[in-house]
Design a protein around this ligand. Structure first.
Ligand code: CP
Length: 315
């Protein structure tokens, strides 16, 4: 099977079969990463540009590592120190980079829709590495891979996303992906941080974290963007923790096993306490490990790769 698009702009509209292909291919690449020499020649001769207009630690490093593990040539662009500072437009930057014969552009941008715009301006494959508050598809794929590894299947699970849903591209991509894969999705957070009419996305709204935790198999805990506090969207970090923080007491009171994800970076002691983030229930570091495998799968499949058979060495 092959993908319906040569871009990955979001998970909205991506089919169950395509998501399964991404996850199965990532599982195969994860085995490559466990070898003594974790590198294959699969994308030798291909060139990838990582175009980051916003800060990133996990996504940028794991795309760079994924490209190196696949033997692609990769170039990194950050807007600081580039001609963007001299007034060059986004489109001109992209077209100039493409003129250097690029196969794939990985783009993170503060504006929702920037990767979609780019896909209409250049011939290269575009991968969305996070656009404003819109989507972050590779994050949701690595979240789904991590849940699937721990709980075997996504179908029938209840996954509750906790925190600032309104400003979260991670939440949107997870909602699209998880629902497509047959999971039930809930959201929980202060009403000022929930999008209006979020129920129309087919999710359950939990005003109280205790009610969410009484039903959830998985909690995906989002970073509280502390800068929102200045705009009065929640009263204080202390009050947020009191009402929505994932504490050991709340995990124990839920009385059921729960798997805990966090896309990072974590505000310890705000949205999640350290003893929960570092507990057996947490898969936060597995998410980071799986991020490299997922990004290898996305780069490989968008470059025209097909399903990888179990044990195949890509050589
Ligand atoms: N999860 C995530 O997108 O992290 P970064 O902003 O560090 O890439």
């Amino acid at each position: 099977m092959q993908l319906n698009s040569r871009h990955l702009l979001g998970l909205e509209g991506v089919t169950c079969e395509e998501i399964t292909l991404f996850l199965d291919t990532a599982a195969s690449f994860k085995k490559v990463l466990e070898r003594p020499i974790p590198k294959v020649p699969t994308l030798r001769g291909k060139t990838v540009v990582n175009l980051f207009f916003e800060p990133s630690t996990r996504t940028r490093i794991s795309f760079e590592l994924a490209e190196k593990r696949l033997s692609a040539d990769s170039v990194n662009f950050t807007s600081a120190g580039s001609s963007v500072k001299k007034g060059e437009t986004f489109k001109d930057t992209a077209r100039n980079i493409e003129a250097m014969k690029i196969d794939t552009v990985v783009v993170r941008h503060g504006s929702a829709g920037a990767p979609h715009y780019l896909s209409r301006c250049v011939d290269a494959s575009i991968i969305n590495a996070g656009d404003g508050a819109h989507e972050h598809p590779t994050q949701a794929l690595l979240d789904m891979m991590t849940i699937r590894e721990r709980l075997k299947s996504l179908e029938g699970l209840k996954v509750v996303i906790v925190g600032d849903i309104e400003h979260s591209r991670v939440a949107r991509s997870n909602i699209h992906g998880l629902k497509t894969m047959g999971a039930a999705v809930g959201v929980c957070g202060p009403s000022t941080l929930l999008p209006r009419e979020i129920e129309k996305m087919g999710v359950t709204v939990y005003p109280h974290i205790e009610d969410a935790m009484a039903e959830a198999d998985v909690l995906n805990v989002l970073r509280i963007q502390l800068e929102r506090q200045e705009r009065g969207l929640f009263p204080s970090a202390r009050e947020y923790r009191m009402l929505f923080g994932i504490t050991r007491a709340r995990v124990e009171a839920a009385g059921r096993p729960v798997t805990i994800l966090h896309p990072g970076p974590i505000n310890r002691g705000v949205e999640i306490d350290s003893d929960v983030a570092d507990s057996e229930a947490s898969v936060i570091l597995e998410q980071v490990t799986n991020g490299v495998a997922v990004r290898m799968a996305v780069l490989y499949l968008l470059a025209g790769g097909r399903t990888i058979a179990e044990g195949e060495d890509h050589a």
